[in-house]
Design a protein around this ligand. Structure first.
Ligand code: NAD
Length: 350
């Protein structure tokens, strides 16, 4: 065994119903006295309940997917105008993503309070969009200092969004097993992430108020994001990045649709990943495990349902081939990537 593994410096507090208390504790630990809250208008009521004991001096509630530069600049301006000393984000990946870009420019610490299963809070990966181009990077200041997990905050997430977001988390685990910096530590985190997500998500689907199921899903989403943060982006993430950029497709749904097709392509060429995924699902094969899970979740299946045009398949295939990681388990060709994208576009079995 021979590997190099980075562990990221971040505190995680996990307790259902205790977010307000834990948030106040983290703000005290940082010695912060001028806090800015970043939360969308929809999440503002939730955020207001959490921050009553904090020294809040500024709010920013203008959140947009993929962090437009103009929005990041406005938020950064508010932070410097009020001499803010700590950012608190309350929301999904888009909200956390905005806090990350502000932190990158200002070096302010972030305390993240996630309300979806996107997992952005556990990674230093950031993204910002300008003129339809998404610039991304991975930088230590973008990593939240602390994450406050509270399963009750995701109870209001509609079932369909919960399923898509949970499958986005599952994709972090599965893709990390063949990503450029895959190692035995993040493979272990990824496998436990798969097990927890496969156990929690069907119960979230059956009963969105089931807090134990929401806890399992949130715990799995954190592990999956940690594995992804360490292993880097594999083929699946490169494909979704290309599709999101070219066609403005919704993030979680795109991941949910593409994942079975990437697993079908790679699993036969990735013996260790195949074994770990199947064991985590408790099924004879990885593909069979994912199929059984999806049958219980009724997730989105076709990219065409989200507005991807049929004539986008060929240019997307070329873009994926240009961006794909060099050591993907299956050899990549125009034919097999085109077939993968066509199947994901059309829907149906992978
Ligand atoms: P999102 O943050 O855009 O949220 C999706 C929708 O759900 C929004 O309308 C939001 O208002 C709503 N919502 C969020 N929490 C809710 C709740 N508890 N109840 C009701 N509604 C709620 O989507 P997302 O999937 O969480 O995040 C996607 C973004 O995160 C993308 O931009 C993606 O690039 C980024 N991301 C980054 C990383 C990373 O490591 N950097 C990882 C995953 C995702």
């Amino acid at each position: 065994m021979r590997f190099v593994h980075d562990t990221l410096p971040q505190r995680v507090r996990f307790a259902t119903g205790e977010a307000a208390e834990h948030l106040a504790q983290e703000v005290r630990d940082l010695g912060a006295t001028r806090v800015m809250i970043i939360a969308s208008r929809r999440q503002r009521v939730v955020a207001e309940r959490l921050v009553t004991d904090l020294p809040v001096i500024a709010w920013h509630d203008d959140i947009a997917m993929h962090v437009p530069r103009t929005v990041a600049e406005r938020a950064g301006h508010i932070a410097s105008m009020h001499a803010v000393d700590c950012l608190v984000s309350v929301g999904g990946g888009s909200t956390t993503g905005l806090a990350k870009v502000v932190a990158l420019k200002t070096a302010l610490p972030i305390i993240a309070v996630p309300t979806t299963y996107a997992g952005s809070e556990a990674t230093p990966v950031w993204g910002m969009t300008e003129n339809d181009h998404k610039q991304t990077g991975a930088d230590p200041p973008a990593l939240p200092r602390a994450v406050i997990y509270d399963a009750s905050l995701s109870q209001s997430l509609p079932v369909g969004t919960s399923v898509a977001s949970g499958l986005n988390a599952l994709a972090h685990s599965i893709d990390s097993l063949w990503a450029p910096c895959a190692d035995p530590i993040n493979a272990t985190l990824a496998a436990e992430g798969i097990r927890a997500l496969a156990s929690g998500l069907p119960s979230v689907k059956a009963g969105p108020d089931d807090l134990a199921a929401r806890e399992q899903t949130l715990y799995g989403a954190y592990l999956a994001a940690t594995a992804f943060a360490s292993a880097g982006a594999g083929l699946h993430h490169k494909i979704c990045h290309v599709l999101g950029g070219m066609f403005g497709l919704p993030h979680a749904q795109t991941h949910a649709i593409v994942l079975p097709h990437v697993l079908t392509l790679n699993a036969p060429h990735a013996e260790d990943a195949e074994r770990r995924i199947a064991a985590a699902f408790g099924t004879p094969t990885a593909k069979g495990g994912l199929r059984l899970l999806r049958e219980r979740l009724d997730p989105p299946t076709a990219l065409r349902d989200f507005g991807m045009p049929a004539d986008g398949i060929a240019p997307a295939a070329q873009a994926v081939l240009a961006e794909a990681p060099p050591h993907n388990p299956a050899s990549l060709t125009t034919d097999n990537i085109t077939a993968l994208l066509r199947a994901a576009w059309k829907g149906g079995p992978s």
